[in-house]
Design a protein around this ligand. Sequence first.
Ligand SMILES: NC(=O)c1ccc[n+]([C@@H]2O[C@H](COP(=O)([O-])OP(=O)(O)OC[C@H]3O[C@@H](n4cnc5c(N)ncnc54)[C@H](O)[C@@H]3O)[C@@H](O)[C@H]2O)c1
Length: 326
Amino acid sequence: MKKIGVGIIGAGGVGKRVLEAFLKHPKVFIVGICDVNEKILQELSESIGEVLLSTNHLDIIENEQIDLVYIAVPPKYHYPIVMEALENNKHVLCEKPLANSLQEAEAMWKTADEKDLVHAMNFPTYYRNAFKTMNQIIESNRLGTIQRIQVKSHFPDWPREWQKNNWINTREQGGFIREIMPHYIQLIQHLFGRIQDLHSIVTFPENCRQSETGLIATGQLENGIPLIFDGLSGTAENELMEFTIYGSYGIVTLKDWNNVFFGEKNQALTKIEDISPINHLLDLVDNVLKAINGDPATLVTFKEGYEVQRILENLLSYKETELQTI
Ligand SMILES: NC(=O)c1ccc[n+]([C@@H]2O[C@H](COP(=O)([O-])OP(=O)(O)OC[C@H]3O[C@@H](n4cnc5c(N)ncnc54)[C@H](O)[C@@H]3O)[C@@H](O)[C@H]2O)c1
């Protein structure tokens, strides 16, 4: 496998995490990193040394040594930067959610596909062993007939203390619906096919710039299995993140991304203890490199990102004014 030149645009919270995975991969060389925050570039120059550091993303996108661009800027900048990267014939790994509207997501997917470039997204849970364990339980038929799928994400505060930045609680591009729900939507559609017939109620705070405080949504899969999305912030409760599949014989729950609980009828749910941790981000990077080299790879493509966006926009389409007229 030849070494792949990588450029990174956006080196904030998640960008730095994926940068570490790139740095660990023997077939990657980091050519350059862009962030509009000069303090971040200064810190990077001290920690990783000799790479191109720039506040202008064109220095990455137009750089001929770069094969793959990883884009981890806030959501509303995904579309313009990804499209420019594709125009410059770069393979792209993009953060979730893919875009800030369905039209943007469709243009990104179709352009990448038409140009025959590798297009992948960072849905990390998909690469975790916890999800693989959950998947095995589902495939082994230990759940019996699946009756309901439920996603529950409750937060004492949104944003959480450790993720404060200038966009994550804005109605324009933040909120837990955009930040958290895509992970579950991707897993559900990967496991069971398209979600449809969504009805959602979204509650908002008085400040029209701030993101939602509540979500209740129902929908169903093509085979009729019902779904519930339940999100709440500012609640007098500890943080709770659960993705549960209810069956006639058994129940399986993914909690906090890493923990799987399983229980059979009339038994308590028990944590599955022997799930070995893996470097799931390194696995993601490895799969993106395989795809670039033309080898079989496990990727979440922009097509799946578009399908997630379809559901996301449906969840968000509820208008505050409708709430007021009820
Ligand atoms: N895959 C995951 O599990 C996961 C987790 C958290 C966040 N995310 C997604 O990753 C993206 C980034 O999230 P974050 O938490 O790292 O945010 P962040 O605000 O911590 O980092 C974003 C970085 O992008 C920089 N930036 C902004 N505009 C830029 C531009 N035009 N050019 C270059 N740099 C620019 C900012 O200075 C900042 O350092 C978001 O889309 C978010 O939804 C994904």
